[in-house]
Design a protein around this ligand. Structure first.
Ligand code: GLU
Length: 611
């Protein structure tokens, strides 16, 4: 959450910072601001801040503003309302030190009380504002030492960038739990919370690790640990395909990303599924067959959409590999003092690879001597680096806050891992070959469905008029129901509930009346008949039904007020890659019909880097 950018060099910083913020806006968009030093003509740090999207800030910033050093921020508020005084950058009382911050200062109340006793006047309600005042308190002329000393007093998570009016041409950056990356140009240096902001400017980057602090100038940077001691990390080359993704001809990133799924799935599967061997290869896991044979248990950890993908992954691990498996919400897992069996394998699923709750779960597994690997999209992200081993899902940059193509790629990657483990543990070559071939056929099926998605508009009319909407399914289709409900909440703000289909009669069916739309996910698998009975039960109470079912299933179609057929899969485990598609489209078009901010829904942000 929150985007941070910084620039030091010969160019005017303002337009570069604004472009960086525009690219990072999906990480938080409550308010935005920049701070400039070095050539502004003012003895103070020059700041501009605005509530709302980066476009509001752009109107207020003169692109010719002088200033060759600058920092910028897009906020996702954690402490203090969404208003201009709470927008970053925050200044010290003399207006000569500016700070942008991503994360939460957990002991801010105690620090604030102490500073107020010393006479400091606060101008915002944020946790962040303690930082510029603390830095001022410890400032004796050396910016790096002032920030380092201030951070000794701080508990919590942060990625920060700090500029000083007295030190034009210098940015101090530090990290503890929130990502930061520096990029080296020709006589200029860039800073960002996310490498997508650097694409097109430089490919030479270095990622900060936790409890590290750096002094950045146009010539480069010096890196030290917060508790002292110089260190260095190798400069890495950003992948060539790390380009900023534009919407192109699509009205929204979400729609574009829905339509990219044939391609993103192809990227995820290609070279990994090996039908001639009846199995799969995931080099990034770096596991020998002997190691796979001795895995006692698989735990799949994720949050939100990634948790829904984890549910499908855990089901696949049990069914294909016969390894006991479970999925759990990472934020719950990490704080329940879980028992970690050293021969278990944990998979941490996160699109951004920066999800603070999931990163915390990774650390919990590691502290207890367990094995954990990442299933992430963003190359070089914190989870990927903390795990060291894992699977990149290769869905390409996902910009819309509501995840679509990352979900299907996560599911696909987990199915590939399950096939690989399955071939070693349980299934014969011919069964593995059938499953592998079916997986490889999915991108074409997705493409065929998206060309002719069926009665989405009729479904939208039904859900957009309802007080609330129920989603249900069984097995992996329950995970899809959860994902469909989450999408509709996120993008259209329609209250939704999702249940395993059989649970309806244990209570929630009390809410069904003739105004309630019910979306049932009923692929033609072993659970089909049972789920159709559950559809009958809600229909008997007047519910209107949208049924997502396999092509050619006449009984399912006949039960539906709105019938949405999707291409058939032989394996039920593969069906989520198809049954989720209409639910993504329903959410998108419902959001559109209700005039919602589709790519940037209220109160949300991409890449949830706070706990
Ligand atoms: N906790 C800070 C605030 O509420 C930073 C939030 C962010 O990461 O955007 O302002």
């Amino acid at each position: 959450m929150c985007g941070i950018v910084g620039y030091v060099g010969p160019r005017n910083a303002a337009p570069l910072l604004m472009e960086g913020l525009r690219r990072l806006e999906y990480r938080g968009y409550d308010s935005a601001g920049i701070a400039l030093t070095d050539g502004t003509g003012s003895p103070d740090v020059h700041i501009v801040r605005r509530v709302g999207p980066v476009a509001n800030l752009a109107e207020a910033v003169d692109p010719a503003s002088l200033g060759h050093t600058g920092i910028g921020h897009t906020r996702w508020a954690t402490h203090g309302g969404v208003n201009e005084p709470n927008a970053h950058p925050h200044l010290d009382s003399t207006n000569r030190i500016a700070v942008v911050h991503n994360g939460i200062i957990e002991n801010h109340a105690a620090i604030r009380a102490l500073l107020e006793e010393e006479g400091v006047h606060f101008r915002s309600q944020t946790d962040t504002e303690v930082l510029p005042h603390l830095i001022r308190k410890f400032y004796r002329g050396d910016p790096l030492e002032a920030v380092r000393t201030a951070l000794q007093a701080v508990q919590g998570t942060y990625g920060i960038a700090v500029t000083f009016a007295d030190h034009p041409g210098v940015i101090i950056a530090a990290r503890n739990g929130s990502p930061l990356v520096v990029g080296k140009g020709e006589g200029e240096t860039f800073l960002a919370s996310d490498p997508t902001a650097l694409a097109g400017y430089t490919r030479q980057v270095m990622y900060l690790e936790d409890r590290e602090i750096m002094r950045i100038t146009a010539e480069g940077w010096e890196l030290t640990r917060l508790d002292g001691g110089t260190i260095s990390h190798a400069i890495e080359e950003l992948a060539e395909d790390l380009v900023w993704s534009e919407k192109g001809d699509f009205q929204h990133h979400m729609l574009k990303e829905i339509h990219e799924q044939p391609e993103s799935l192809r990227r995820c599967l290609s070279g990994r599924v090996v039908p001639e061997e009846g199995g799969a290869r995931l080099g990034g896991l770096d596991l020998t067959t002997r190691e796979i044979a001795t895995i006692s248990r698989v735990g799949v950890l994720g949050c939100g959409t990634s948790f829904h993908a984890s549910l499908v992954g855990a089901a696949a691990m049990e069914q294909l590999a016969r390894i006991p498996a479970f999925a759990e919400i990472a934020s719950e897992f990490r704080y329940r003092n879980p028992v970690i069996d050293p021969s278990a394998l944990f998979l941490a699923v996160s699109q951004s690879g920066e999800t603070a709750d999931t990163l915390g779960a990774v650390r919990e597994v590691q502290v207890k001597g367990g094995r954990v690997m990442g299933v992430v999209n963003v190359v070089g992200s914190s989870i990927a680096r903390a795990c060291g081993r894992g699977v990149y899902v290769h869905s390409g940059p996902e910009i819309a806050v509501a995840s679509t193509k990352a979900f299907t790629s996560q599911v696909a990657a987990l199915l590939v891992a399950s096939l690989m483990f399955g071939r070693t543990r349980h299934i014969a070559a011919d069964e593995g070959r059938r499953f592998g071939n079916e997986l490889l056929a999915v991108p074409d099926l997705v493409s065929r469905y998206l060309e002719n998605p069926g009665a989405i508009d009729a479904a939208v009319e039904m859900v957009a008029g309802g007080k609330y909407v129920f989603f249900f399914g069984r097995g992996v289709s329950h995970a899809v129901a959860m994902e469909g409900a989450l999408k509709l909440k996120e993008v259209a703000y329609i209250p939704c509930m999702s249940y395993p289909a059989a649970e309806m009669k244990h209570g929630p069916i009390a809410l069904i009346d003739p105004t309630t739309p019910v979306v049932a996910i009923v692929p033609d698998d072993v659970m089909r008949d049972k789920t159709l009975s559950n559809v009958q039960e809600v229909k008997a109470r007047g519910a209107r039904t949208i049924i997502v079912h396999s092509e050619g299933d006449k009984d399912a179609a006949a039960l539906a007020d709105v019938s949405i057929p999707v291409p058939r899969t032989r394996s039920s485990l593969i069906s989520p890659l198809l049954t989720v598609l209409p639910l993504q489209l329903i959410a998108y078009r419902a959001g559109l019909a209700l005039g919602r901010n589709i790519d940037r829904p209220r109160n949300l942000a991409k890449s949830v880097t706070v706990e």
